[in-house]
Design a protein around this ligand. Structure first.
Ligand SMILES: *Cc1c(COP(=O)(O)O)cnc(C)c1O
Length: 487
């Protein structure tokens, strides 16, 4: 059972209902049945409920959470923009859903065309020459891109290049992916201005540099003003340049990472290209590269031949990093989004993402300390460090208080280079009225926090559960339901 702080029961879990008449009836078995040699020792605890109970259960569950369709969701670095419903409608067409990955290519030419068209458009947006849709998430795309960099040095017999440089303003997945791909991670500091410290970069590169991973805009919401110097310095040292394009929302249609000197990139379709994420379904982190790396791409690529499209395995492929062709339906949704916006729409959505972030930042500036007080890209970071020390008001207090106003908290305590950070990304799909309202709420909470700190320490008041015991949650992991007969 799910209990709140007062011990009250909020909701039953699906396993805790009394068994009802089933709502699924399987047809009579019309093939020979066989005895399995390894049978379960205990019965399988499958819930058995009528359709209306199930519907009510999941409706209630949906009401207990907060999604983009419920209200403002300024979760920094996650781009919780509105996902147009037409994308879902198109992706649920049976010609996309009722197919099998082993079906003959000649019978799914339209689906291959989806890959090819999406690839062409992403290449155009990023200034790249090829894209694979194998990776299922942003971090998976990073891993894929790093394998390309690794393969490139291997093919040149350049085995001493074992290090990847990662600025401290990078997304947390960057060093993790580099380590997973077998590289040593070299962290370099940012300067006062929040951008890469070029002297530190010059000092870090050398014969052992495999490449750099740059998150741009970086995690403090800034476009690195030295970006051309960065790619030049790394290339001069013989390394390759990786662009973490998960947050391309601020840049697409305006500037192209390929033109800035980057060799490899990943994008998050489930951020920038409006496909749902979180509980909304699987992700897609396509990885793009320049032509000289194309031969190393994983999986199979949709390629044109005389009679149409076929899947071709790149000559020196790093292998397969996901079953079959990646999360195909996510690509369908992203392509629907790309088609509906067109090149003008892509550009104006980036412009509006930047405008909305700067608009909100300016409204909050007199009430909160903005970490880097300069024009931001799609997001900005505020810091409660001073308030924490002087008045014992934390970023957590502000974040939790927002919940009582129907606003999802910003990303908290990230990036690590800003203390007591709140990272705010409004996205371009929010109306001015929503931003004005959010600004009012932020101001009110700050006033309340100053006049009555205890009141914000106790927030939220209105949510199904109040402040959770995060230490307990981290220490006592309950990763699956334990049934009575398993205790
Ligand atoms: C979200 C994000 C990622 C990771 O994407 P996942 O799909 O969560 O793996 C990587 N880099 C940046 C900059 C991001 O914002």
């Amino acid at each position: 059972m799910c209990q709140n702080r007062q011990g009250g029961i909020i909701m039953r879990l699906i396993f805790e209902y009394e068994k009802q008449k089933q709502s699924v009836y399987l047809p009579e078995c019309d093939v020979e049945s066989i005895e399995l040699s390894q049978k379960r020792e205990r019965p399988l605890h499958l819930p058995s409920l009528g359709e209306i109970t199930i519907t009510r259960h999941y409706t209630e569950l949906a009401k207990q959470t907060h999604g983009v369709n419920d209200g403002f969701y300024p979760l920094g670095s996650c781009t919780m923009k509105y996902n147009p419903k037409i994308n879902e409608s198109i992706a649920s067409d049976r010609h996309f859903t009722d197919i099998h990955p082993l079906q003959d290519e000649s019978s799914v030419q339209g689906c291959l065309k989806v890959f090819k068209e999406a690839e062409k458009m992403l290449c155009e947006i990023c200034g790249m020459d090829a894209f694979t849709f194998q990776p299922a998430a942003g971090a998976h795309g990073e891993f894929c891109g790093l394998l390309l960099i690794k393969k490139y040095h291997e093919m040149r017999q350049d085995h001493k290049r074992t290090k990847i440089i990662v600025p401290d303003s990078a997304h947390g997945t960057n060093p993790a992916s580099a380590a997973m791909a077998g590289f040593q991670v070299v962290s370099i500091p940012s300067g006062e201005d929040g951008c890469v410290d070029l002297d530190a970069l010059r000092a870090a590169v050398g014969e052992d540099t495999a490449g750099i991973m740059l998150t741009n805009p970086n995690t403090v919401g800034l476009f690195d003003k030295h970006i051309l110097d960065i790619t030049q310095i790394v290339h001069d040292a013989g390394g390759l340049c990786y662009y973490d394009g998960a947050n391309l929302n601020a840049v697409m249609g305006i500037a192209r990472p390929g033109d800035m000197g980057f060799d490899v990139i990943h994008l998050n379709l489930h951020k920038t290209f409006s496909t749902p994420h979180g509980g909304g379904g699987p992700g897609s982190g396509p990885c793009g590269c320049k032509a000289f790396l194309k031969d190393y791409l994983p999986g199979k690529m949709a390629e044109e031949n005389e009679s149409g499209l076929e899947f071709v395995q790149p000559a020196n492929s790093v292998g397969q990093i996901k079953a079959f062709y990646g999360n195909f339906l996510v690509v369908v949704k992203a392509l629907a989004y790309l088609y509906s916006l067109g090149s003008e729409g892509i550009r104006s959505s980036a412009q509006n993402a930047v405008l909305n972030a700067n608009y909100l930042m300016h409204q909050l500036k007199d009430h909160y300390h903005v970490a880097y007080d300069t024009t931001c890209m799609h997001e900005f970071v505020i810091s409660l460090d001073k308030e924490k020390h002087e008045q014992n008001i934390s970023a957590m207090d502000i974040a939790k208080s927002l919940l009582d106003h129907g606003i999802h908290p910003p990303t908290m305590y990230f990036p690590l280079i800003v203390h007591e950070a709140l990272m705010i990304e409004p996205t371009e799909t929010e109306a001015k009225e929503t931003l004005d309202h959010a600004a009012e709420v932020f101001k009110k909470i700050k006033e309340k926090a100053v006049s009555n700190p205890q009141a914000v320490h106790e927030a939220p008041y209105m949510t199904p559960v109040r402040r959770l015991d995060e230490v307990k949650a981290a220490r006592e992991l309950h990763l699956r339901y334990v049934f009575d007969d398993e205790k």
